[in-house]
Each structure stands twice: as C-alpha cells, then as structure tokens.
Design a protein around this ligand. Structure first.
Ligand code: KIV
Length: 304
C-alpha cells in the first residue's frame, strides 16, 4: 500500500513538473495561414475574388524550390503555382506527363517553407486525378497534408468534373485549367493555340461555367484567342488567370524560369523575358572556371 501511494505521489509530481515545463507537449506552430507574420496579410482565395470584383489584376508565377520561392514571395507575388512544368524546368523531361505525385509534393514542401504571403497552388500531376474521383481526392489530400499548400490545380472541364467536386467536398480549394492543357499533349499532338474553332470555343465556355458551378475558385486559361478569354472572363464570376490568353483576363501567370531568361529554347510569343539570366550565369561560371584554373581562387582573404 505504502509503495503504491509513494509511486502515485512521485508520478503525480513528475506529471505536474512536465505540465509546468510543457516538456510533454509542444503545441504545433500555427499554420502560416493562421498566423500571419507581422505586417503581412496573406493572400487567400477570398482575396483573389475581391481583386476580380475590384478590377485589380492578379500576378501569379511558378516556383519549385525554396530559394527562388522566397524571392518571388518577398517581391509581392499574389499566387505561387507549384506547376507540373517542374517536369520540364526542373527535371528536364520533354513533357509534363512523367512527373509524379511524390515529386510534386517534394517541390511544394520546399515552396511552402519559403512563402509567407502568397497563396500556394499545386498542380495535380498527370495520372493522379483523371478517371477516378476517389484517387483525385486522395492525391489532393496528400498534397495538402504533406506539403502544407493551400490549394490544387487540375486540367480539364467536363471530363474531370466528378474529381473536382469530390476534392471540393473535403474543403480543398480547386483551380481549373482550360485551353492548352499540357498533360494532354499526346491527344492534341501540338502546343499550338487552342479553341480557335467555334465548337471547341463553345466547349471551353461551357467547361468554364461547369468549373465555376462546381465551386472552383479560379481558372487558368492557356493559349487561347484573346476574344474567347475576354468572353469567359466576362461571363464567369471567379477570376481567370491567363497565359497566352491576352490582356482581358483577371490575372497573368508565367513560368518563373522563362521570365528570368534561365530557359533559352522555349520562345512562344506570350513569354516576356524580364532578364537574360542565362547569359549572366554563363559569364559568372566561366569567370569562376578561369579563376580556379589560373590559381586566382581562393585568394588569401578567402582562405583561413
Ligand atoms: O505547370 C505550369 O507551369 C502551368 C502554367 C503554365 C499555368 O500549369
């Protein structure tokens, strides 16, 4: 009896100590969505909706890694897309088809760590959502839980509407993507402008309405005529984000590596290169090689 009461007293004391010291439980940090840094107002899907209503343009860019995402976020971008263009830009594949869900989650996790302000959208990769809405939900849940991102994007209209609806039932915001949908490149056969013909334009308009009705918070319109993008933007109430869709959409998106001029061989007319970074990088690396080979690096000041 004595031993039992001694044991209870000691364990009670230990528990109080742990409780007081909070050794037993460290509350998890609030998600960056719930705990904005001082002076930083986070962009949410509601912000984008408000921007459309107020006629304020939305700026979106891709990012795939921590270091560049940090610069993009600090510069004040509204939306960061962890695009499956990582398949081309980061992995060197010819199309977006090969990238996997695990690889997308890896990129998204790095971007989430960097961004304090931007809304982060992650592409559901090819094969992770088409044809099976349960798989679409599972893939989206993995992205949200494992990376901490805020939303997902998927390509297509009526063909994927069941997947869109099922993902939305879990409270996961969904961005649509119509027009040129690179995951279907083998069906289209080319990367030329989409929906020039009346029939395809009509389907795109109907798909945009379907995605809006289902509850998508925004739609990317890729490489379609300006006139059609304008019509879609006027007829739906959620923001449209264009890439090669002209100026009359609610926002624009570009691949970061195209904007910075890191990529060289991809030159469609919708890209505006704000830098020719590949030239600076080439110059810097050549100077480094020269210095190493000439014994000029490191100097005494750069040595211990
Ligand atoms: O993956 C991507 O970069 C995209 C944009 C081109 C919209 O989907």
């Amino acid at each position: 009896m004595f031993v039992l009461s001694l044991f209870l007293t000691i364990s009670d004391a230990c528990f109080s100590l742990l409780l007081h010291q909070k050794w037993y439980y460290q509350p998890p940090p609030l998600s960056n969505l719930m705990a904005p840094q001082q002076g930083i107002t986070k962009v949410t899907t509601n912000t984008l909706q408000k921007m459309k209503l107020e006629g304020e343009k939305i700026a979106m860019l891709t990012s795939y890694d921590y270091s560049l995402a940090k610069l993009v976020d600090m510069a004040g971008i509204d939306v960061i897309l962890v695009g499956d263009s990582a398949s081309n830009v980061m992995a060197g594949h010819e199309t977006t088809v090969p990238i996997t869900l695990d690889q997308m989650i890896y990129h998204a996790t790095s971007v989430v760590k960097a961004a304090q302000r931007s809304l982060i959208v992650v592409d559901l990769p090819f094969g992770s959502y088409q044809g099976d809405s349960k798989e679409a939900l599972n893939s989206s849940v993995r992205i949200m839980k494992e990376s901490g991102a805020h939303s997902v994007k998927l390509e297509g209209g009526s063909e994927v509407i069941d997947s869109v609806k099922r993902i939305l039932t879990a409270g996961i915001p969904v961005m649509g993507h119509l027009g040129l949908t690179p995951q279907s490149i083998y069906k289209f056969g080319t990367y030329t402008v989409r929906a020039r013909e009346e029939k395809e334009a009509q389907k795109l308009l109907e798909d945009a309405r379907l995605l809006e009705e289902a509850g998508c918070f925004s739609i990317v319109l890729e490489k379609i005529p300006t006139e059609l993008a304008t019509k879609v933007t006027e007829q739906i109430n959620i923001p449209t984000i264009g890439i090669g869709a002209g100026p009359n959409v609610d926002g624009q998106v570009l691949v970061l590596h195209d904007l910075l001029g890191i990529t060289m061989d991809f030159n469609p007319r919708f890209i505006r290169r704000y830098l020719d970074l590949h030239k600076d990088i080439d110059k810097a690396i050549k100077s480094y090689i020269k210095d190493v080979r000439g014994g000029n690096f490191p100097s005494d000041a750069e040595s211990y």
